[in-house]
Design a protein. Structure first.
Length: 312
């Protein structure tokens, strides 16, 4: 979509509104944003460039107020989401490394957003509005869906996407210690002797590749489940070991410790299963492997270890 030419000069009333409502508040809003994110941020908006996209409402008559409202809405959303995800500020600073917040029209054709959205370009976090809806749904420009999609879609050299990292930190990291403790109790060991290897990078790479293949049945939200599903596989292991009384039968416990001499529990994606339909465990190299093929990842996770005694 070719851009509309910027306004050569705004009317006196508009210039006054931009001065009073935007220019006079810009420094304070930049300070609020910087304090929220823990780094020095700036806000870049060209009023003349965006005003031609006004409709007959708010943006046309009160451009400065409109720009201010977009930035205030962004600060509100980031503050709200940071309260739910304690690593979000660090992620934003790293992904939007220029530490600049901007407001502009979405030049995609067709537009990616019905009203508004966001992306990251050249390290800048860009608030974007549909060319026909400037000033509409202002407060939702950086809501969770829009902001997270922007951060997840930004260029990165990290081996795991933003959405998967966020899920790992919010779902897996706070809960895996309970799994480690459960395994230690069942095997008569201390918690720190139990080693858990979730193998996230390899799992992400294989699931990502599979998702791109024709006919892939991998769920669309797989990135937001990487940590939580991996945790569930380990919780399923503990459940089955308790159910099959591994911690109550000395002979079974002894055989288990001989098979898992390294006390390491590894999750991995495999091409084919040997003894299961959706997932299975395998004893090898002094480790216990919890494994599933890509096409069955996330299915029947509670039964990953249902045949564990048969394999001893």
């Amino acid at each position: 979509m070719p851009r509309l030419p910027p306004a050569e000069k705004l009317s006196l009333a508009l210039r006054k509104n931009v001065r009073d409502e935007w220019d006079n508040n810009k420094a304070d809003l930049e300070k609020q944003l910087s304090e929220l994110l823990g780094e020095a941020w700036t806000v870049e908006v060209n009023p003349n460039a965006i005003w031609p996209y006004h409709n007959d409402g708010y943006a046309k008559e009160s451009l400065g107020s409109c720009i201010k409202a977009y930035v205030e809405g962004a600060i509100y959303q980031i503050k709200y989401l940071s309260g739910r995800y304690d690593t979000l500020a660090a992620e934003i600073n790293e992904i939007a490394h220029a530490k600049v917040l901007t407001l502009d029209v979405d030049e995609s054709e067709p537009s990616r957003f019905s009203y508004c959205g966001a992306d990251v370009e050249d390290g800048k976090l860009r608030m974007l509005f549909n060319k026909d809806n400037m000033g509409v749904n202002i407060d939702y420009c950086l809501n969770e869906a829009n902001l997270f999609a922007a951060l997840n879609g930004a260029p990165t050299e990290k081996p795991i996407s933003f959405l998967s990292r966020l899920n790992i930190r919010s779902e897996y990291d706070p809960n895996i210690a309970a799994v480690q403790h459960g395994l230690a109790e069942l095997l008569g060991k201390s918690d720190d002797e139990i080693k858990i290897n979730p193998n996230f990078e390899d799992t992400f790479a294989k699931l990502s590749a599979y998702k791109k293949t024709k006919g892939s049945e991998l769920r669309d939200d797989w990135e937001t489940c990487l940590g939580s599903f991996t945790l569930k596989y380990y919780e399923g292991l503990v459940y089955q070991m308790k159910y099959q009384k591994v911690g109550e039968d000395d002979m079974v416990q002894e055989g288990f410790l001989e098979a898992v001499s390294d006390l390491e529990f590894v999750f991995r994606i495999v091409e084919k299963l040997k003894n299961g339909t959706y997932g299975e465990v395998e004893f090898a190299d002094g480790k216990l492997y919890l494994q599933a093929p890509v096409e069955k990842w996330g299915y029947n996770v509670d039964y990953i270890a249902e045949k564990i005694i048969d394999l001893l």
